[in-house]
Design a protein around this ligand. Structure first.
Ligand SMILES: C[S@@+](CC[C@H](N)C(=O)[O-])C[C@H]1O[C@@H](n2cnc3c(N)ncnc32)[C@H](O)[C@@H]1O
Length: 192
């Protein structure tokens, strides 16, 4: 039986009840986390980025200026509609309703941003999902992961568990950058 914490209904009901359930748009913690994510991209410009689990598009709109195109999706139709509205001024941003692992888009990316979504999978599914994502990364492409280090009854895995699974699936070589900040960690892998 599907764990209710990973179902579309679970996330959709959060967005039906609250326009921004995690305060992505205005919490100082989230704004700082996003700034560190953009900072970790080291001023590079990307051609085609993929951001699964984009929520209301608060991170998407910060990725848009450093990417020619961003394909963002969320399992919640309400969240995806909000992200679409938030990013409407960026012609390179496409937002859809979509769910990992089933809806990984076709083609290759040079940036995949895996932020605060790994907790919603069990280890086996996560390793398989990320192994698949790696095949969608072009050589030299970047996969950036960032996850909160606290605990929540809504999560299947902790943030550290997620990054441990990612290390297993993506290395060797190990992450190019590994940083721990107050409350979250951030790792960047580059596909050889
Ligand atoms: C905690 S939020 C993170 C949002 C954003 N990535 C960020 O870092 O600000 C997790 C988001 O992932 C979405 N989500 C959860 N499981 C998903 C799945 N299997 N596929 C796509 N989106 C999913 C949820 O609806 C929610 O909007």
């Amino acid at each position: 039986m599907t764990d209710h914490r990973v179902s579309q209904d679970f996330f959709e009901s959060k967005y039906q009840a609250d326009s921004d359930p995690w305060r992505f748009a205005d919490s100082p913690y989230e704004r700082n986390r996003y700034a560190e994510i953009v900072n970790a991209l080291s001023g590079h410009r990307f051609h085609r980025a993929f951001e699964p689990g984009c929520s209301i598009g608060a991170l998407t709109e910060l990725l848009a200026p450093v990417c020619d195109t961003v394909l963002a999706f969320d399992i919640s139709p309400t969240a995806a509609a909000r992200a679409q509205a938030r990013c409407a001024r960026f012609p390179g941003v496409t937002v859809r309703v979509g769910s990992l692992p089933a809806d990984i888009p076709d083609g290759r990316f040079d940036l995949i941003v895996f932020s605060e979504i790994g907790y919603y999978f069990d280890r086996t599914t996560l390793v398989s999902l990320v192994t698949n994502l790696l095949t969608r990364l072009q050589p030299g492409g970047t996969l950036l992961a960032a996850h909160w280090l606290g605990s929540s009854p809504d999560h299947i895995l902790s943030g550290d568990d997620v990054h441990e699974c990612l290390s297993k699936a993506l290395g060797p070589p190990p992450a190019e950058t590994s940083q721990r900040f107050e409350g979250f960690r951030l790792d960047v892998w580059r596909r050889p």
